[in-house]
Design a protein around this ligand. Structure first.
Ligand code: DX5
Ligand code: ZN
Length: 234
């Protein structure tokens, strides 16, 4: 998984057909997705339940590229090995999920997987200062985690700007998760994000039997983000 800061679109399968995950993953990749974002929720850390490592393992063979697993669970540590075994490329844990995020990030890296640090909208950037050399990705939640289709929280733009400055030359991705559309993607690209997770905005209007809408949605989000960047550079 070579590092680069180009814009990457990561459809969240939270908005896919849960009875058809394999075909949905193949469809979004065929339609131009860079990564596939997999939301794991436990009904405890967040008020919703999705699925666990067995489902991740089942969908893994249907994803050619990067499988980006976002754990919204507490505790995290007892399950890291299972998600690594399930074939995740990146495993993100929430800073708020327990008192020992430093240990959790060490445990993720010890499996040989990339370590992601996810931040709720209410969490400040100071909490990240001593973790920067332990992470491959910081996921800034731009909604409160738990559900797709929520409204983008604008205060997170400044957080991304701060994180981008703190990261400097380190090979750390900034991922944005929640409420990404063609309107909000440019704001985040300009602030310094390179991975844009989008659930409802990618899956709207399409299906596995009519996947062209996924492609049009992915291209529209990418174009909006990239145009904002070329505007900045001009
Ligand atoms: C929210 C999840 C997101 C969600 C994004 O808790 O982590 O990945 O699926 O969905 P949209 O893009 O619809 O806000
Ligand atoms: Zn997510």
């Amino acid at each position: 998984m070579p590092f680069d800061r180009r814009i990457k679109i990561a459809p969240s399968i939270l908005s896919a057909d849960f009875a058809n995950f394999g075909a949905e993953c193949r469809a979004v990749e065929a339609q131009g997705a860079d990564w596939v974002h997999v939301d794991v929720m436990d009904g405890h850390f967040v008020p919703n339940i999705t699925f666990g490592p067995a489902t991740c393992s089942a969908i893994r063979p249907h994803i050619k590229g990067v499988m980006d697993v976002h754990l919204m669970i507490a505790p995290v540590d007892p399950y890291i090995e299972a998600f690594a075994q399930a074939g995740a490329d990146i495993i993100s844990a929430h800073l708020e999920a327990g008192p020992h995020i430093h240990r959790t990030l060490q445990a993720i890296r010890a499996t040989g997987k990339k370590a992601g640090l996810a931040l709720n909208p209410g969490t400040g950037t100071d909490a990240v200062a001593h973790l920067l050399d332990m992470v491959d990705l910081i996921c800034v939640m731009t909604v409160n985690p738990g559900f797709g289709g929520q409204k983008f929280i604008h205060s997170q733009i400044e957080k991304v700007r701060q994180l981008r400055a703190m990261i400097g030359d380190r090979p750390v991705h900034i991922e944005i998760d929640g409420g990404i559309t063609t309107e909000t993607a440019p704001l985040m690209a300009r602030a310094g994000a390179d991975v844009l997770v989008a659930g409802s905005a990618v899956f709207k209007g399409g299906s596995v039997s009519a996947p062209e809408a996924y492609g049009a949605n992915i291209r529209a989000i990418r174009l909006a983000a990239e145009s904002a960047l070329s505007g900045t550079l001009a």
